[in-house]
Design a protein around this ligand. Sequence first.
Ligand SMILES: [Fe+2]
Length: 214
Amino acid sequence: MSAAAMDDFPLVIEEPVFYCGFNSPKSYGGNSYFVRHPEGNWLIDSPKFLPRLVRRFEQLGGVAHLFLTHRDDAADAERYARQFGSTRYVHRAELSSQPDAEVVLDGTDPRELAPGFVAIPTPGHAEGHCVLLVGDRFLFTGDHLDFDRHEQRRTASPDYCWYSWPRQTESVRRLLGFPFEWVLPGHGQRVQLPADEMRRQLAGLVERMRAGTG
Ligand SMILES: [Fe+2]
């Protein structure tokens, strides 16, 4: 990648959401995202810690909040948190990946972390996996749920489920109760659909998951 192209990251997806790039092998190459917000910016999962990216985050106003979906995608979260004095959020069942996290989530009830930012525990892929719903529009899904470009449908895979497939199925079903238009996953394709079409596809996925497929 040229230096100029590297400076494009983080790359805007739709304001105020950016794709960070620089996926870390420590996060199994998972995607991470940046959300600009007047009350403090958010990082969702962690890219590689690179001076170039740190500089860009500085220019954008820093990282006040760092949300970790689950243990696999923590990567350099601690270094970013130290650099920016970020508040880290992680579920208790994933705490081993980030033992010094400032805020520990518990149980399965959704929790508003800041106005418009709701953590929804989604046990399944990992016991303490959580997704983050922003502004009833953007759902950061980690490894809970992604999009298959070829089949044009939402997907989840029993082959990459470390904790419980029945629990993951139930966690996907539960998302039917939340409005959103964007799925922004740790792996696979991000996608935007009207909220009612998103819900329809999600309901279809729940049926397939109950049948034992993704
Ligand atoms: Fe994972």
